[in-house]
Write a protein that binds this ligand. Structure first.
Ligand code: ADP
Ligand code: MG
Length: 487
């Protein structure tokens, strides 16, 4: 499946400048002329002022024009009509006056809108007949129109079914079936009607399913009526978030050192760096630590307890760089991530989006920095094509490095041997630190109690003293072992 982020709700492209608060520039969409469309059709698009494809069009048109069945999901107003209208029109043979395409819509209003849009797009060729067949109007005039012939029919499932049963509509010449707003058609109880209509279509056809949402029923509908469908899904990002993407070309041997250079240039407070292999994870952490960065590895072969510990340290802001594989980072949800670094560009646009989508959440800006070799430039081009952005390339030598020691994380995580099994609660730990030990509430961060152990974040400057005083005092009336975790 291909998932893409809608650049109109949140730009995946980079703004022109680095100044904070600068509105992201509108990403240049892709033009239609890269598609296998006739010059007349391209002219029509031009006249309609359709200059570039919307993201859902960019993702689905190449697949649909190549003849694939499609499940496409994108919110209302994203341009789904043209995404199915262009392929069905491109395949149409005007000289054959028979119904070659049928579009099912949930309501008369929607069917009318779709009919209008198809008629506008059909102007590239004279005499394409597009007919709307909806309930709520008499059958008779519709039957007359059908007798005169139509190339494309748009209608509501119930009325289409009526015409099929009466023999006024015949679908033997059909080559494209479109289920538009499939989620709403299911909501309105049209499942069986759709099944009936589909049973009257030739089995050698292309079926395109469009939907604004993806409820459970869609998958079974698709499984019944589509053949090996390609899925295209347009993810919406949190409004207002800004991910600024930059790509750096660098050959493999210099790759890990380049990560350190990026960190010294951008100086993000917290970074998630993605590696494609566990070995690369280990090597990178070793290199970063040797240069003074508070970096930890997260990989799939770690024990659960070890993994939890690393995640707690990172979430506690007592580790600045988390180096992870995709598997290990699955399900990770961390606020305040300032940067994501792709140590290797993944060939999969979906994975790329999941990786970079972890930064720039909410109101925050985020950097998505990717390193790739000259051989990987193709991968970037493919990802950019699917996601509809123009990759911004930079030279690694442009980086202005701050040579001072890397900033240390603001907090340190203390590990207390003793947890839920010992009836320790967060309040006990906070009480011990602010009571007897004499620290302020503000100096204490997140407290996580697990079965056997407790983790508490404290300001880095007081970490040693906090360990000393906690060890000297009591927790729940008992002596406890405490140590600061290294990061
Ligand atoms: P959806 O079916 O996803 O809700 P529509 O197909 O109705 O969206 O399109 C929404 C609006 O965008 C329509 O007014 C349509 O004419 C316009 N539109 C669609 N594609 C483009 C494009 N590539 N460039 C400019 N306008 C477009
Ligand atoms: Mg629509």
């Amino acid at each position: 499946m291909t998932e893409i982020i809608d650049p109109s709700s949140a730009s995946t492209a980079s703004p022109q400048t680095e100044s904070p608060g600068h509105a992201a520039a509108t990403p240049p969409g892709l033009p239609f002329d890269g598609l296998p469309l006739s010059p007349a059709m391209l002219d029509t698009l031009c006249q309609l002022d359709y200059r570039t494809m919307t993201p859902i069009q960019a993702a689905s048109l190449p697949l649909a024009l190549a003849g694939h069945d499609l499940i496409a999901q994108a919110k209302t107003g994203s341009g789904k009509t043209a995404a199915f209208a262009l392929p069905l029109l491109a395949r149409l043979d005007v000289r054959t006056l028979a119904v070659q395409a049928l579009v099912l819509c949930p309501t008369r209003e929607l069917a009318d809108q779709v009919t209008q849009e198809i008629r506008r797009l059909a102007r590239f060729e004279a005499n394409i007949k597009v007919l709307a067949l909806c309930g709520g109007t008499p059958m008779r005039p519709q039957r007359d129109s059908l007798e005169h012939g139509a190339h494309v029919v748009v209608g509501t499932p119930g009325r289409i079914m009526d015409h099929l049963e009466r023999g006024s509509l015949v679908l033997d010449a059909l080559n494209t079936l479109v289920l538009d707003e499939a989620d709403r058609m299911l909501d309105m109880g049209f499942h069986d009607d759709i099944a009936f209509v589909a049973s009257r279509c030739p089995s050698a056809r292309q079926t395109l399913l469009f939907s604004a949402t993806y409820p459970e029923g869609i998958a079974s509908l698709a499984a019944r009526f589509l053949r090996r469908p390609q899925e295209v899904k347009l993810l919406e990002q949190h409004a207002g978030s800004k991910i600024r993407q930059r790509f750096y070309e660098i050959e493999h041997p210099a790759r890990l050192q380049a990560v350190a250079r990026l960190l010294r240039h951008y100086r993000p407070a917290s970074t998630l760096a993605f590696c494609n292999t566990r070995q690369q994870c280990r090597d990178l952490v070793e290199l970063l630590r040797a240069q003074g960065f508070a970096a930890l590895a997260l990989n799939g072969e770690m024990e659960q307890r070890e993994r939890d510990q690393v995640l707690i340290q990172f979430a506690n802001r007592s580790c600045s760089v988390l180096v992870a594989t995709d598997v290990a980072a699955r399900g990770l949800d961390i606020a305040q991530l300032e940067a994501v670094i792709n140590v290797d560009v993944t060939p999969d646009p979906e994975i790329h989006i999941h990786r970079i989508g972890r930064t720039g959440r909410g109101e925050e800006d985020g950097w998505a920095l990717s390193l790739c070799s000259s051989a990987d430039r193709r991968r970037v081009a493919a990802i950019a094509q699917v996601l509809g952005f123009e990759p911004e390339w930079h030279a690694i030598d442009e980086l202005v490095e701050d040579d001072s020691r890397p900033a240390q994380p603001p907090m340190t995580t203390l590990l207390i041997l003793g947890g839920r099994k010992d009836k320790i609660r967060p309040a006990d730990v906070l009480g011990a630190l602010t009571g007897e030990a004499g620290f302020t509430r503000e100096q204490v961060g997140k407290i996580t109690v697990t079965d056997q152990t407790t983790y508490v974040a404290v300001e880095r400057a007081i970490a040693r003293e906090a360990v000393r005083r906690l060890s000297a005092g009591r927790l729940k009336g008992r002596k406890v072992k405490v140590r600061a975790l290294e990061a």
